[in-house]
Design a protein around this ligand. Sequence first.
Ligand code: ZN
Length: 866
Amino acid sequence: METAHAAVTTRLSDYQPPAYLVDSVNLDVDIRDGVTTVTSELALRRNPEAAVSDTMSFNGEGLVIRSLALDGKVLEEGEYRYENGELLLSGLPEQATLISVVDIEPEKNTALEGLYMSNGMYCTQCEAQGFRHITFFPDRPDVLSRFCTTVRADKKRYPLLLSNGNPVEQGEEGERHWVTWEDPFPKPCYLFALVAGNLACLEDSFVTASGREVALRLYAEHRDLDKLDHAMASLKHAMRWDEQTYGREYDLDIYMIVAVSHFNMGAMENKGLNIFNTSCVLAHPATTTDAGFQRVESVVAHEYFHNWSGNRVTCRDWFQLSLKEGFTVFRDQMFSADMNSAAVQRVNDVDFLVNHQFPEDQGPMAHPVRPAEYQKIDNFYTLTIYEKGAEIVRMQYHLLGAESFRKATDLYFDRFDGQAVTCDDFVDCMEEVSGMDMGQFRRWYSQAGTPILSVTSEQSGDTYSLTFRQQTPPTPGQSDKQPLVIPVRLALLDKAGEPVALDDTGLRETVLILREQEQTFQFPVGQTVTPSLLRGFSAPVVLEFDYRADQLATLLAHDTDGYCRWSAAQRLYFAALDRLVTGHGKAEDEALKLAPVLEQVIERAGEDAAQAALLLTLPTEVALGDRHTPLDPSAIHAAHQQLKRALGRALQAQWLSLSENLLATELQMDGVAMGRRQLRNLALDYLAAGEHKEAARIAVELFELPLCMTEELGALRVLVHHRLPGAELALKQFAEKWKEEALVMDQWFSVQASVPGETTVESVAALLEHPAFDWKVPNRVRSVLGALAGNPSAFNTDEGYALFTRALATVDALNPQIAARIGNAAARLHKLESGRQRAFRTLLQGVNDKASPNLSEVLSRILGSR
Ligand SMILES: [Zn+2]
């Protein structure tokens, strides 16, 4: 295990180029039971960009040194210093060769960074700083080297030996064998990967636009071979899309993906050898939900797109993480929009951003998309870096227009190919191609927090005016905020929901570019209109406008913009729920008011069932809670349950008909069929919430004869969450049927841990004792603790806090990265009403006193906020 060092803060302003570069790396990884020996030969060269120095620091964590040799001369113990994860060498010449031989113990690596074991196979995770657990190296993204890697292991148990690039040589030595891989493209060490195992392979090929044939190989455990087709199809779509949309071709002869069951993240874009969490690559209709299918498609594409946005052009330092992640998320979102319904895709992306990234940006963990400092970079793989980063790239796309944006990305890829660069370099290309001044726009990268955009309207004779006021609330370490560039796409709808002309040219939609704290715009419009604001969610801001209920009904019924329809529905739900939370309304009355509007949505569901499902889905309890300070989760829960039940009753005929009439007779996996299943699951959920007597029967029938996992799991969820007759039996049958399928069992755990209500804490305690629960598998840990964290009425109880903090400490001892991520669930501490806050604070303090640096960075920020 790594020895815990004191927390050290790294600052962007302290950036210095490395004293030495590593032109090439020769690695020899000799895998034997218990101990793996790593020999590395580094070709060092003084960095002409750095201040002259003869001292170089190499990172290395938990390495047992067998020998170190500089230019053929063995270094004695006094000739180097190895402490606190750093190897320091002084007196280096202009050029030198460093050979190190170290031992590591991958079998004992439960943190899952560096080289470790997962279900009998050896694999690696090096981003952000895993490579230093394998060998000595300047573990920073601005050191790009050519890697040549030889992997040696037992022939029988590990017939497959993989690394980055192309295989160039192989051989046998008795019971053992070896393979040498060469990667011709210089890369930072975080993109290094290695796999040794016994895996099945799905093979295919792809011919690039310029006619080169690339071998595509997807690897998984033998029993999962039939679950790789969807990932393969997605990969080929992504390869073609990137050629057509960005002019980017794949560059090596082989592209490989390996599925791994023990994995901290979703997937990793290592050059030529992606390593994936099984949950992001395996897909089969019988075991994977429709949402799972869509996730596989987008993650496979995301990691593939990194080959250019991340690998060929990489980040200078980890503060620039969004350079590759924000851009690549934007690319995968646009890809998914092209593959599926673009309107639904956009709402899903916005829904995720608003309900997860906004709270992060408004709480103790708020940080800029390009942070100024960090303690553990692992903690900055956040929604802000990824999702808000993608919104910032999207705004640039819309500011420039598709054609100029493509010219700018061409320039970016060509100019910086093979280099490690910054977010500013990216924006420079946008600026250069468009001739626009992006100076003020850059604040989006450095300023944390979600801007609030308050809008007021005024009708005066034949002029309609809109006044926009922007303000970004203070965030930790940033009290003064400056105005941002905010593009607001807008239309004005008449009473019939038709957009009116905004000027005398007949323009019916426009984009206003806000730059100042307050700005007013006037339109020659003489009639009463409803503003359709921020169409397509044109900027990541909180939009405040005092809509009347009839205006929201107009937007929901008639707006052609998918986001604005969804946003109108959310506003209607929130208004009703807020009245229930504060005791100013009755659920039955609220449901009666909502019913006619929702009926219209249901009537039009045939046009796009997935969109209808999004419009009919209530905001979560978490989202509702975020609107109320101090936060009383019990009151939130009660209001939510009441409205859902009342809507279940008010529209029960519609829910019943949707539950029964949307049944398909044969399985289809296209977007239309998926949308219908999503809508039917939702209808069944409402039917059960309204305590309709048919709900249990329909759910049981669906559960017993499902066409696919979406149906089976949807039915199970309804049975369990509404505590319907048959729920216990269904849980038992499900577990028996799927006990060999880890990813399905994750869903089984998650369904139970997400049942709303206080008593769920007891079931969660039992789940943690279940024989199939494993603290060492991140997916399993997340399926229980992640679900509990998203279930406020269970989480926010004395028992919930006690269980959560105990579990957090257990996870932290095994895997600090995962513990830190789960620890974020405590970020609403400062919003809780005082009794709960005191109890939770004391428990969290107790965990923090003994926490790893990863977890401690998160908990200290949360505990420090009041
Ligand atoms: Zn990524």
